[in-house]
Ligand binder design. Sequence first.
Ligand code: AMP
Length: 113
Amino acid sequence: MSSIFEKIIARQIPADIVYEDDRALAFRDISPQAPKHILVIPKKVIPRLAAAQPEDEQLLGHLLLTAAKVARAEGVSESGFRIVANCGPDAGESVPHLHIHVLGGRQLAWPPG
Ligand code: AMP
C-alpha cells in the first residue's frame, strides 16, 4: 500500500506544492508547527533515513540542497530555519516516506521536545 506522500507525488491527493524537480517534491505541512513549515521528500520511496542505502548518497545531498533552496524561496534563509528528519518511533515518525521538515519564521526552541 502506498503511503500518503506517494499519493501526493502521484497527485492522487492534493497538496500545496512549492517546489518540484525530477527527484524531489516540497509541499506545505498540513499541520504547520511554524509560520513556514515545508516537507521535502524524495520521489524515490525510501521509508526513512535509517533505510537509505549507499546508492542514495547523491539523492540525500540533493534533498538537503532542496531544503536550503526552499528556505531561501520562503524568505527564512537569513533569519534562520531548522531541518528535521524524524526517524522511527522514538522520534515520532508518522509517515513512512523519508521527509525533511523545513521550519522557520519564528524563534525555535532548543532542545526539541
Ligand atoms: P513526521 O511526524 O516527522 O513523520 O512528519 C509527518 C508530517 O506529515 C507531519 O508534520 C504531518 O502534519 C504531515 N502530513 C501528514 N499528512 C499530510 C498531508 N496530506 N499533506 C501535508 N502534510 C501532511
